[in-house]
Design a binder for this molecule. Structure first.
Ligand code: TYM
Length: 333
């Protein structure tokens, strides 16, 4: 039996290079080797209260981008989270044994409190239980994600184990964050600090669907410093990040060339950024073209979502049936 893999990306907008290297690159490699469930986390995007039209449009966009990246609906089960009613049901069941204290201590919750102090809703607090439900609903063991999701995986294990213990069952196996390169990935943003992300401000992220001129503009504006002042100097954060981005999209030779220049104090950031912009544009181009093409094919995209939901529900229904049984939920009629 193939091992079960689950992962998703929130439908808060277009996919960026962080999503690609942290998650999608692994999805593509795993889809033929494992029993994969890849979904669009649209319930998770509701914590920020999107307008109804934007909400729907964003889900469609991410679905199109999944396919444009090369996810194969004949190999993996691709679906929209809100098409699977068993997920919110399991979320409810898990919430009964998720303690407010542990949820409040979650780093992503603390982050959100800082970022959206006017909208600290229960959905944000229980975000890890919904994510655990996404994973446990198919009894997954491997979850391809970026570094920022590590703590959520730990919570999914906690909730699954707790359920097993309380109800004396072995329903849920332990899911682990997974990356082919062993270490989980964190792609930095262009603003010199932190990670590439949708909520980190325009210009911080390069999206797969960005046109070449937009990529060039964003990269040329990336934060740098006045250059190294000693031979073989340790790189400050912003420069390290620029090199990390180059390492992701450029050839090994290009990367080593600029490494050497830096070590020799001969680096010209303008040249490096120009090269990085060209390499990013070349990397994104085939994705952008495919996204444009697939955007026009609503019928195909709709079919993928329908077939995916049907397949995902078979597995989800079985889990919820067993979870209800373990808890003692039995019908009177
Ligand atoms: P989200 O939508 O923020 O990101 C989707 C995936 O992309 C990865 N990622 C990154 N990896 C490396 N560097 C970056 N700068 C970067 N930015 C994003 C994330 O680690 C993630 O793998 N809660 C999840 C979505 C989710 C999910 C799940 C994932 C909901 N349920 C169940 C796995 C399993 C999220 O917000 O990811």
């Amino acid at each position: 039996m193939k091992e079960i893999v689950v992962s998703g990306i929130r439908s808060t907008g277009r996919l960026h290079l962080g999503n690609y290297f942290g998650a999608m690159r692994n999805f593509l490699k795993m889809q033929h080797e494992y029993n994969c469930f890849f979904f669009i986390a649209d319930y998770h995007s509701l914590t920020t209260h999107p307008a109804p039209n934007d909400f729907h449009e964003n889900v469609r966009q991410v679905l199109v981008e999944y396919l444009a990246c090369g996810l194969d609906p004949d190999a993996a089960t691709i679906y929209v989270q809100s098409d699977i009613p068993e997920i919110p049901e399991l979320y409810l069941l898990l919430n009964m044994n998720a303690y407010v204290g542990e949820l409040e201590r979650c780093t992503s919750f603390k982050d959100k409190i800082r970022k959206q102090p006017d909208n600290i809703n229960a959905g944000l607090l229980t975000y890890p239980s919904l994510m655990a439900a996404d994973i446990l609903i198919h009894r997954a063991v491997k979850v391809p994600v970026g570094k920022d999701q590590e703590q959520h995986l730990e919570m999914a294990r906690t909730f699954g184990n707790r359920f097993n213990r309380i109800y004396r069952t072995e329903l849920f196996p332990e899911p682990y964050a997974f990356n082919f390169g062993t270490e989980l990935v964190k792609i930095p943003g262009l603003d010199g600090s932190g990670k590439m992300g949708k909520s980190e401000g325009e210009g911080n992220a390069i999206f797969l669907s960005d046109p070449e001129d937009v990529i060039r503009k964003k990269v040329m504006r990336a934060v740098t410093d006045s250059g190294p002042t000693e031979l073989n100097q340790k790189k400050p954060e912003a420069i390290k990040n620029l090199f990390l981005l180059m390492n992701a999209v450029s050839s090994h030779d290009t990367y080593s060339f600029f490494e050497d220049k830096y070590a020799q104090m001969q680096i010209r950031y303008g040249d490096m950024k120009k090269q990085l912009a060209e390499d990013m544009a070349a990397f994104c181009k085939p994705f952008r073209e495919r996204i444009e093409e697939l955007s026009k094919d609503s019928e195909y995209v709709g079919k993928v979502a329908r077939v995916g939901a049907e397949k995902a529900r078979v597995s989800a229904q079985e889990t919820v049936r067993n979870a209800r049984k373990a808890i003692g939920i039995r019908s009177f009629y």
